[in-house]
Design a protein around this ligand. Sequence first.
Ligand SMILES: Cc1cc2nc3c(=O)[nH]c(=O)nc-3n(C[C@H](O)[C@H](O)[C@H](O)COP(=O)(O)OP(=O)(O)OC[C@H]3O[C@@H](n4cnc5c(N)ncnc54)[C@H](O)[C@@H]3O)c2cc1C
Length: 403
Amino acid sequence: MAVATGYQDKTDEQRDMTEMVRQFVDKEILPNAEEYDHEDKFPGPIVEQMKELGLFGVTIPEEYGGLGLDLTTYAMIVEELSRGWISISGVVNTHFIGSYLLMKFGTDEQKEKYLPKMATGEIRAAFSLSEPECGSDVQGIKSTAKKADDGTYEINGQKMWVTNGLLSALVFVLVKTDTTADPPYKGMTCFITEKEPGASENTGDYAGLTIPPKIKKMGYKGVESTELVYDGYRCPAENILGGEEAGLGQGFRQMMDALEVGRVNVAARGVGIAQRALELALVYSQQRKTFGRPIAAHQAIQFKLADMATKIEAARLLTMKAARMKDAGERSDLEAGMAKLLASETGKECVEESFRIHGGYGYSKEYEIERLYRDAPLLLIGEGTSEIQRMVIGKKLLERNKI
Ligand SMILES: Cc1cc2nc3c(=O)[nH]c(=O)nc-3n(C[C@H](O)[C@H](O)[C@H](O)COP(=O)(O)OP(=O)(O)OC[C@H]3O[C@@H](n4cnc5c(N)ncnc54)[C@H](O)[C@@H]3O)c2cc1C
């Protein structure tokens, strides 16, 4: 006989962790995000506090100094951070993907060298697939690495849209080591390129890597997105992810695996920004009066609130399902694609509905929803656009239901 138990969406540990992050967001991020956003300024003091809270090592095993938590708990934390400001989750996101790549594919030496410093946030990581001429079509990249006589690899090429491109100390970069490979993905390799954080022109061991001024963006301010120009940059062979023998030619597969967790991460960001948009709408609609009563008393507004809350709950559940499947060691490519698609679209829709509920004030920089309106569209693009998610979902559906 089935025994009924109370519904619990979080373990005690997850509840404590998300409550701690929520308080941090309410106290440190929400009151300050507007200023950092308007000035497009890196939120240094907030990032320092995040280091103290261990937020750069959430999923890194305890033996390397991290908190050793799972993807599900990480996704809950990301939702909370994104409720505050998605740029803050952007500072952590590529770092998290870098640590995932190391934990899953790195050699023992690579893990020991980088993970302890990454866990504390002493060094931060970026990851780089996109180039000026391609983003969705990753196999179309043109950057190359060629082995030189001294055994190092010389990297040449231009990368685009690298989040944390300037301030990171490590970039997990995908390049072609065999430009004739057919299909192309078999000739792609991921290098762990070291750099000097904050230096636009790297020198010494890192010479040959230049970072042009940050790209000016509509939203997602504060965290820098840059190009990276590799021009004769020398990378030791031991910095091929997984080592030269095991890692050469494996970069595409490694990066696609990492994108699966990256998609859960973006989904959590979509839920977080949607949740904040709903909160703002709930408050504003009870304060603002038209025709003698709060606008929340008009059924048309209530329907908007109802649709927002329903979609957010659905997006959150799907995000958690994808995260839990990954934690259980199951393939979650289909679910991660669905979660990313639904949650990012939900983020955009809820922000737009909340914006409409704010009437003219939504268009004013005095109101938080204006920032959310500029931030939300990013989630439709990063870690694969909505069209690309639909392609992934369609392909996986057919694979799983072959007749
Ligand atoms: C702020 C920001 C931060 C970013 N951070 C990073 C980062 O840290 N690292 C990184 O590597 N990249 C990063 N990106 C790049 C991002 O991943 C790409 O922009 C994204 O993958 C889309 O690539 P694209 O811009 O080249 O668009 P394109 O690939 O040129 O696509 C253009 C349009 O065509 C559609 N499309 C493409 N192919 C198909 C198809 N086969 N069928 C139907 N429609 C299609 C797309 O959905 C899109 O609507 C970032 C982007 C932004 C804006």
